[in-house]
Design a protein around this ligand. Sequence first.
Ligand SMILES: [Zn+2]
Ligand SMILES: [Zn+2]
Length: 341
Amino acid sequence: MKAVVKARPEPGVEVWEMDAPMAGPGEALVRVRAAFICGSDLGIYGFTPAYSDMTLPVVMGHEFSGVVEAVGEGVEGFAVGDRVLSRSVVSCGECRFCVAGMDNLCESSSLFGIHQDGGFAEYISVPRGLLYPIPGGMSFEEAALVEPLSNAVHFVNDLTPVESGDLAVVLGIGPIGLFSAQLLRLAGAEVLVTGISVDTERFKIAGKLGLEAVNVDNVDPVELVMERTSGRGADIAFVAVGAPSAVHQAVRLVRKRGHVTVVGIFPGDVDVPMTTVVRREITLAGAYDARASNFLEAVNLMETGRISAIELATHRFPLEEAERAFEVAKSRKGCKVLFVP
Ligand SMILES: [Zn+2]
Ligand SMILES: [Zn+2]
């Protein structure tokens, strides 16, 4: 089979011809039908410090859906031909975080596309416990977007104390920003999304989703928010981009006792205006990945149409054109780029 592989500890990816995996005990072999490039895959492509401990070589990709091709020993509940989507983190189920339902923080987790072979391939072998049936009417592309949506569900619904009537500013107009903005709006907030000039296509998608978005290359978001709130500040800031400037803006535009959720992965350490955090009693919270239960919420939100996903899918490539696919994803010309193996 063909697969997009991170083979070397340096920037770039390779397309390999390799043997398809087998469905081991408790696993299902899935024929991949859609697999999206994530922001983290761009970090892996560039081999940035945040990914320096990954296992090499590894087939990349953790946002995928497909059809069950074979089932291993002891697999119940799934049969050949079933349409499935998958979680991306293989957690141990036994550590204190797993037991407390915080499997995203598992002490010995393994991630598809980082520690074990992922979904940028024709086939992937998946532990049965990570699989969910795709509801009828949901496309493979939508199903593969459940994984990033589940992350946004965790970031917003678990870790951002948003209340109806709040003003929430989402800094970053990528996929996670657009999902999180929709979730904050569902929670009753007035939502403002920010992007930069290179995000032209993403501003159009925000428009289609009915979200108000401003270009911070032209408008100072701190001034804008202060004007709108008579100098009080926004209730919530949500940093959905790994840009240090966005952290600064977030801290400066929230109100006293405001809340800043940070989900971006940064290229290095970030200076935070900590005296502002202290004197204004701002809460600064990190949020990472998703818990198992966020997955079912995400499936439900998408199935019932409360969250729109398919507008985010803008560019499709075969596995052979991995280099081009990554170029488009890095350029931010579109929004979500996917492989159709
Ligand atoms: Zn992802
Ligand atoms: Zn664990």
